[in-house]
Write a protein that binds this ligand. Structure first.
Ligand code: ADP
Length: 254
C-alpha cells in the first residue's frame, strides 16, 4: 500500500500555469480522522492544492489517492464529490429564501436527483440526522428561519451543515472563519473539534488565533503544514512551525 494508510495521499504533485509552478513537487498525507491546518502566504498554492484534490485542476505529474485504492486523478470533479470529499469555499452559498431546515433537507436530497426528490419523504432516521447537525452547527433555535436572515457566520455554519448531510469522509475548508466575529470564530473551532475523529479535515486559514484554538483543543499533537512557493516549507506542531526559521523568514522577511 503506497499510501501508508492515509485517507488523502498527495505525492510529488506539480501544477504549472504557462511554465509557472503553482505547485512544485507537493507532498501531503492526511490520516483518517485527522484535522490538518494549512497556512502559507498568498500565492503559496493552497487553492491550487484544493483544486487538485477535488479534480478541478489536473497536475502535470504526481499521485493523488483517496484511501488506498481510489486514484483521484482518474476521476471527474462530480465523481470526486460523490465519493466522500466535501469542499467548502470561502463564500457561503446557501439558498437564501429557504429556511435553515429546508437547506439541510435539500442537501440530503441533492444526490438523489431532482425527479425523485420531488416525491421524497424524510425518514425518522434522516430527521434525527438533521436534528443532530442543527445542534452541531449551533442553529437548532434558527431551524425555521429563512437563511437570508442569518448572520455571515451562521450562513457559513449552515453550509458546513449541508456538506455534513452527505456524510463526507474528508472535508476541505477554505478560510472558514474569514469575516466572522470573535465569538463566531470560537464557536466554529468548537464545531470543527467535534467533527475531528469522525471526519478528516483540511483547513486552510490565515487566522492564527483560530489555528491556535483548533490545534490546542481536541486530540493532542495536531500538525500544521506551511506551504510556500508550491511545496511544503515546514510541517509539525504549531509551536514547531512558528519557531521554524524558514517560516519566520517567509512571513516576516519581506
Ligand atoms: P494561494 O491559494 O495559496 O493564495 P493559489 O493556489 O491561488 O495560492 O496560487 C498559486 C500561484 O499560482 C499564484 O502565483 C497564482 O497567481 C498562480 N495561479 C493560480 N491559478 C492560476 C491560473 N489559473 N492561471 C495562472 N496562474 C495561476
Amino acid at each position: 500500500d503506497v499510501t501508508h494508510g492515509a485517507i488523502l495521499y498527495l505525492d510529488d504533485i506539480t501544477v504549472s500555469f504557462d511554465g509557472f509552478k503553482a505547485l512544485n513537487a507537493l507532498n501531503l498525507n492526511i490520516s483518517a480522522g485527522e484535522m490538518r491546518c494549512i497556512i502559507g502566504p498568498n500565492g503559496a498554492g493552497k487553492t491550487t492544492m484544493m483544486d487538485v484534490i477535488t479534480g478541478k485542476t489536473r497536475p502535470d505529474v504526481g499521485k493523488a489517492f483517496f484511501g488506498s485504492t481510489i486514484d483521484l486523478l482518474r476521476l471527474r470533479e462530480n465523481e470526486i464529490a460523490s465519493i466522500g470529499i466535501g469542499r467548502k469555499f470561502q463564500k457561503p452559498t446557501v439558498f437564501e429564501h429557504l429556511t435553515v431546515f429546508e437547506n439541510l433537507e435539500l442537501a440530503l436530497k441533492a444526490d438523489r436527483g431532482v425527479r425523485s426528490s420531488m416525491f421524497f419523504r424524510l425518514t425518522g432516521e434522516q430527521l434525527d440526522r438533521i436534528g443532530e447537525i442543527l445542534t452541531l452547527i449551533h442553529l437548532r433555535p434558527s431551524a425555521q428561519r429563512v437563511a437570508g436572515l442569518l448572520s455571515h457566520g451562521q450562513k457559513q455554519w449552515l453550509e458546513i451543515g449541508m456538506l455534513l448531510m452527505q456524510d463526507p469522509k474528508l472535508l476541505l475548508l477554505d478560510e472558514p472563519v474569514a469575516g466572522m466575529t470573535d465569538e463566531e470564530t470560537e464557536r466554529t473551532a468548537e464545531l470543527f473539534l467535534s467533527l475531528e475523529g469522525n471526519h478528516s479535515l483540511v483547513v486552510v486559514e490565515h487566522d492564527m488565533k483560530f489555528i491556535g484554538e483548533l490545534t490546542q483543543g481536541g486530540k493532542n499533537g495536531k500538525k500544521v503544514t506551511v506551504l510556500h512557493e508550491g511545496s511544503v516549507l515546514a510541517e509539525g506542531t504549531l509551536a514547531d512551525v512558528q519557531a521554524n526559521e524558514k517560516v519566520v523568514e517567509v512571513y516576516l522577511g519581506r
